[in-house]
Design a protein around this ligand. Sequence first.
Ligand code: SF4
Length: 465
Amino acid sequence: MADLKEFCGLFGVYNNYDASLLTFLGLYSLQHRGEESCGIISFDGTTFNARLGMGLVSDIFNAGEIAKLKGFQAIGHVRYSTTGSSAIRNAQPLFVDSNKLPVALAHNGNLVNSAVLRESLESKGAIFQTTSDSELILHLLMRSRKVRLEDKLIDALSKIKGAYSLVLMTKDAVIGIRDPFGFRPLCLGRKDDSVFIASESCALDLVGAKLEREIEPGEIVVIDKKGIRSIRFSPPHKNFAFCAFEHVYFSRPDSILFGETVHLVREKLGAQLAKEQPVKADAVIGVPDSGTSAALGYSKESGIPFEVGIIRNHYIGRTFIQPQQEKRDFGVKLKFNILREVVKGKRIIIVDDSIVRGTTSRIRVKSFREMGAREVHLRISCPAHRFGCFYGIDFPDPKKLIANEKTIEEIRAYLGVDSLGYLSLEGMLKCFKKPPSHYCAACWSGAYPIKISSADKYAFEKGKK
Ligand code: SF4
């Protein structure tokens, strides 16, 4: 399992007197999209109420805190830091307390022209409170000379480029927005008279809401007392750029996104992997959590029994994640344990979702050998990662990606496996419902759907984004 981080998860509720409690629950099920900070802002008809903090949703909110967040509408956010540091000032939702237009905003994704925009706004006197690119959107919104909120939004969005799914809240409305390429997911749900917006449909399930549809790329959805209005701010693209890695790794298997259930997509990836990379073995074992569905698919296609051979400990605090190598090895062992009785004397196929630096996989393979596995074959349910991501996933410097440094045979030898096989790019794209031209696969192919400004590229390379 890759140690890669998604930017963020979003949730919003309109018209429910338990809005903050429901937002808390929504964020709880989106915790995998960001573990560093979280926040909820509600509106009670008079006042915006906010609680933001560093840590997990369950660390920041308790019943007392949620009760203070009164109101019938609320939005919430979970975050990892990539653009901007992980300081509390970058926690979201962001809020502008303006007489004209008080507004809260939560963002998932990454803008690719933020360095240029920030410089231009600063030269015009703008003062930024955070180092995150999400604040730019608020500045552009506040500076727009248009009168109606919808027009202000369209005006602001016309200036930004990149990946953005947004949830905003004003005194009157909760608003969902998805960028014209649709990089990050965002969906709309309903329960009775309440309307919900969420990064993934698993959050709707938890609050008992029904998934109505995904918000379209290039669409603004305004939810207010008049109902739900859809506004297109960009003509439909011929091609979209749904993040393929959401399907492979990031999203929860019980979510429906980009038109299909993530678990079923991963099963298809596993089956395709078995066709492309067959090997004789006694058992197929998935690396939990994201490798499990692909391992099931591999097993069904190959006829080799699926076994539970790795147990994941879900209760590791962030305290244990240390950068030093020794501690990192220990961290891997803390997170995963191998079932000796299942692997001893057997030829094992491990199915995993990706190899980034290779350090985690190497330690795990060593553990399989120590537990008596006779042969260890590693199969990866996507192609080899050779490029970084500018659209909201925290990849290391591309030079540190193992597939950039080594050939497949060298990676095999480094990891200490008997054989290694990746899924092909064509094979992966074939497993998705929509045509290949609708997905971003840039971290494998290097074909970036949106060009990044040279100032932003420089900031990425310097680790400032
Ligand atoms: S580069 Fe990779 S991780 Fe980033 S949006 Fe594209 S497919 Fe997703």
